[in-house]
Design a protein around this ligand. Structure first.
Ligand code: ADP
Length: 500
């Protein structure tokens, strides 16, 4: 067979034969109106409380990945811009923020939370337009959780003495924060809220493909009247991030993104006194035992991997099924993925939106191709994909071996690898056989089994009979190549304070 013949095509889709999905009913279109959202043609950097033109003089385009249309131009910060942002943050730290009592800092953070809540609809639409995620997720998950994070950490600002009884806390200074494109506003909230609550100032860099909600947040911060320079938001590519990490006047780096860049950052600050937290990739295992509530588990698996197009570090991308229920789980999965609606992210009925970028789509396609080449059996929905934009149909593989690339590497797309096991010991061993350790899910009727298995899994977050549940009071973070440090909860304060 030639390489061209071997390429994955929609014709190779393996469809379940026992149901006729051709007759699936359609919902009437229900798109969210974008009329009241006005996106300015150009966006500047937010430094020292003002929107300022970049010293670099250059801009790049940001697009809607569902249509490939340009939304606006974004400033591309160079080293001099990064330096100006860090200087503004340092000044704000020395002059105002480190001197304010926690109760005053809390008022500002509460104000941000309230204004964000008021503008939730606008934020949800912009998140969907710029990132490609379904509006129902931006509206029901991303934005409310970001708001909740600001409220939660506002509450801690004047209670740090109670967080660490018998110890005093001291802020670290200026935090350089770099975030990815999968949850743009939520990741900004995860980083900014605890840093401010603890008395630090920040320079945040959103991902190059999704800068818009961070820049909207900058407007909210301006309206909340935060002292100038307490939060600075600079846009750009990896080069801008690298300049921020290397800047000699930052005290802390917080990074969420790929393991590859995380390792580069770790190397680049080695030997400096900068504190570091890394939230990197994952290859989470969902483990279904014979005694699991199967239908509930199927919904959890679907939510865990197809939710947000699989653009989730904690996506449940490996499924381990005990042999006694493997056939029924696979059949139910085949049925259920056929009912997922892929398409216009602004439509309220859409389950799966657009892949965030062309580059990410190519990465998913390449890895899926390796699954086919290595002899795994591909199951994919027969849904029609829009002609423009970046799309990938929900997919899962059976006949997967531990050594297959799709079982080892992070795909960051709506692609699941299904493997089987016989005993709990085998499940644990297989689940832990990965370089990552961010999250996992355990599905069984027995609570004691959940506790026992959870204690043996090397993952930072483990869900029992559920998946992808988040709460600002609950810490999140990984082991091994998934990084270190925790975000959320009381533990999320630790990376931003020195205990004295
Ligand atoms: P992903 O694979 O999720 O896109 P990346 O790690 O490439 O993740 O990107 C996450 C964030 O890190 C983005 O904001 C990106 O611009 C930034 N980034 C990329 N390269 C570097 C680097 N060398 N130093 C600092 N930040 C970087």
């Amino acid at each position: 067979m030639t390489t061209a013949e071997k390429k994955v095509t929609r014709l190779e889709v393996v469809e379940p034969k026992h149901l006729d999905f051709g007759k699936k009913w359609d919902y009437a279109p229900s798109p969210e109106s974008t009329d009241f959202v006005k996106i300015a043609p150009r966006h500047e950097l937010f430094i020292g409380g003002k929107f300022t033109k970049p010293k670099s003089g250059s801009y790049f385009k940001t697009i809607n990945p569902a249509t490939e249309e340009t939304l606006t131009e974004i400033a591309d910060a160079n080293d001099a811009d990064v330096d100006a942002a860090v200087k503004a943050a340092r000044q704000a730290y020395e002059k105002y923020w480190s001197k304010l009592p926690g109760s005053e800092r809390a008022k500002y953070i509460f104000r941000i939370a309230r204004q964000l809540q008021e503008k939730a609809r606008e934020f949800a639409i912009v998140e969907t337009l710029n990132g490609g995620k379904p509006i129902k997720e931006a509206r029901d998950i991303d934005i409310p959780l970001a708001v909740a994070h600001f409220f939660y950490y506002a509450g801690w600002a004047d209670k740090l003495d109670f967080a660490f009884p018998g110890r005093k806390t001291r802020p670290l200074g200026v935090a350089g924060q770099i975030i990815p494109w999968n949850f743009p506003l939520l990741m900004a909230a995860w980083k900014i809220a605890p840093a401010l609550a603890c008395g630090n100032t920040v320079v945040l860099k959103p991902a190059e493909t999704t800068p818009l909600t961070a820049l909207l947040l900058a407007q909210v911060i301006q309206e909340a009247d935060l002292p100038p320079g307490v939060v600075n938001i600079i846009t750009g590519f990896g080069k801008t991030g690298a300049a921020l990490v290397k800047h000699p006047d930052i005290n802390k780096v917080a990074f969420t993104g790929s393991t590859e860049v995380g390792k580069m950052i770790q190397r680049s600050i080695a030997g400096s006194k900068k504190r570091l937290t890394l939230e990197l990739g994952g290859k989470a295992a969902n483990i279904i035992f014979n005694d699991a509530p199967i239908d509930q588990a199927i919904e959890g698996i679907i939510n865990g991997i197809y939710f947000n197009q699989g653009h989730v570090c904690c996506a449940g991308s490996r499924l381990f099924v005990q042999e006694g229920v493997a056939d029924i789980v696979i059949r139910k999965l085949q049925d259920r993925i056929q009912t997922l609606r892929v398409g216009n992210p602004l439509d309220k009925n859409t389950d799966i939106g657009a892949i965030n970028s062309k580059q990410q789509l190519q990465k998913i396609q390449e890895l899926v191709q390796t699954g086919v080449d290595e002899g795994c059996k591909m199951h994919q929905t027969a849904c029609e994909l829009p002609k423009k934009g970046f799309w990938f149909a929900p997919t899962f593989f059976t006949g997967v071996a531990q050594s297959n690339r799709i079982a080892q590497e992070e795909i960051f797309g709506p692609v699941l690898s299904v493997l089987t096991f016989r005993t709990p010991e085998e499940a644990v061993e297989k689940a832990n056989n990965t370089a990552y350790g961010l999250s996992a899910g355990v599905w069984t009727d027995k609570g004691s089994k959940i506790f026992k298995i959870s204690s043996q899994l090397k993952a930072g977050v483990i869900w029992g009979n559920t998946y992808n549940k988040f709460d600002p009071a609950s810490p999140f973070g990984g082991y091994k190549e998934s990084g270190f440090g925790r975000e959320g909860g009381l533990q999320g304060l630790m990376p931003y304070v020195e205990l004295v």
